[in-house]
Design a protein around this ligand. Sequence first.
Ligand code: VAL
Length: 186
Amino acid sequence: GFLACFEPFSPDHDPRTEAGTGPISVVIWTTTPWTLPANQAVALNAELTYLLVQYGDERLVLAEALLIAAMKRYDNDGHIILASCTGAALEHQLLQHPFYDRQVPVILGDHVTTEAGTGAVHTAPGHGQDDYIVGRKYGLPIDNPVGNDGVFLPSTELFAGKHVFTANAEVIELLQERGKLLHHHA
Ligand code: VAL
């Protein structure tokens, strides 16, 4: 599974006994929470190093190059590095969508950079150009659940009939309720 992709971070560590505890989450950053209903993948960069870190009673995955910058936003001291791997090693691993009953794959793309965020890009092929291009490459559904009026289509689970700008706050609330929100700021 997911854990098997990682190498112990320090040679003294035995990954079978020291890979930490709790659910493993890949951390994404987005400026458009309303696009999460159309999430179909999480994109990593094949060449980057990703760390598995213990953070309280859960484990997080994010790019080594962005760990300090990202963790500074909420807690710079509360994490322990457990293991590392390349983005390439995680390709095709399946992740649970944060609020829908579906799994989405880890995919790879050169558009994923270390300029900002976590090195893991929430991918909604129906809502962004890079996401569309990489989505086509991986044969992902190109799903746009939003009508021309900015309102979610009646078939959209949880958000049907809501305007995307209303949905923004509601997605944040939902993530919070489900324990899937690490941080948000205005
Ligand atoms: N990939 C973008 C984001 O992370 C959108 C287009 C989904 O916000």
